[in-house]
Design a protein around this ligand. Structure first.
Ligand code: MN
Length: 240
């Protein structure tokens, strides 16, 4: 039996609890990686930045998971009342990690906040809040009191993209648990999926072994074959 690739998942720092800061991740991410044949390991963003080159060497793949908003100051944006849960420690950690992962060409899967920080780390910008910036847009913030697997809108995938090949379709319904989205895509990123209203829903770096970011939460849709396939291809790419 081949060894299981070690997949690092960025954990979310919780500071609002009435105890010491805690690093956590929804179990759905762990299940998705395990089901796909990988071994998921949490990466707390409190680790020194200086350890990142060694961590990138040791892990076979990286998941940029969901979480709070990226600090708008990092992309020339503006703070407003809707921007929440900024974590400077996490922003700094992921901005340092992303170029190293891409340089090493280790497989990278970015989910929700993950696709946003990926874009910012590579020089792109975000809409601080979709409803304020794009009043005609569909509703994308189907949270917190809605099931996380609620299929909120359709996503159209670009023909010829790696994502279309993996998902095996050019149109699918996805969940949608975000109030921000990519505004200006980073030069290195290819936009490969849009919602019906034009909101960017996925990007990829075509010349990398596996570098894909999705704005939806595939880990919350474990019954969808297309989402299983996304995790499977990611973990397969992490087999050296
Ligand atoms: Mn959406």
């Amino acid at each position: 039996m081949p060894s299981q690739p070690l997949i690092a998942l960025i954990a979310t720092r919780q500071t609002h609890l009435k105890r010491a800061p805690t690093y956590e991740i929804p179990k759905a991410y762990l299940d998705a990686i395990l089901t796909a044949g990988g071994l998921p390991i949490l990466l707390p963003t409190s680790l020194p930045i200086t350890t990142l080159p060694e961590l990138v060497n040791r892990f076979d793949g990286f998941v940029l998971s969901g979480g709070g908003d990226v600090d708008p100051a990092l992309y020339g944006g503006h703070l407003n009342a809707t921007v929440h849960s900024i974590d400077p420690e996490r922003d700094a950690f992921e901005r340092a990690l992303i170029p190293l992962v891409l340089q090493a060409d280790k497989p990278l899967l970015a989910i929700c906040r993950g696709v946003q920080i990926l874009n910012v780390a590579l020089g792109g910008s975000l809409y601080e809040d979709i409803p304020s910036a794009l009043p005609a847009a569909l509703r994308h913030d189907w949270y917190p009191d809605i099931p996380r697997d609620y299929l909120a809108h359709t996503v159209e995938i670009e023909q010829g993209s790696r994502l279309a090949e993996i998902l095996g379709t050019r149109k699918l319904r996805t969940n949608s648990l975000h109030h921000q989205a990519i505004r200006q895509p980073a030069p290195a990123l290819e936009v490969v999926a849009y919602a019906e209203d034009g909101v960017i829903e996925a990007v990829e770096l075509p010349r990398k072994r596996f570098a894909i970011g999705v704005q939806w939460h595939p880990e919350c849709l474990p019954e969808e074959p297309a989402m299983q396939k996304l995790f499977l291809e990611f973990v397969n790419a992490a087999h050296n």
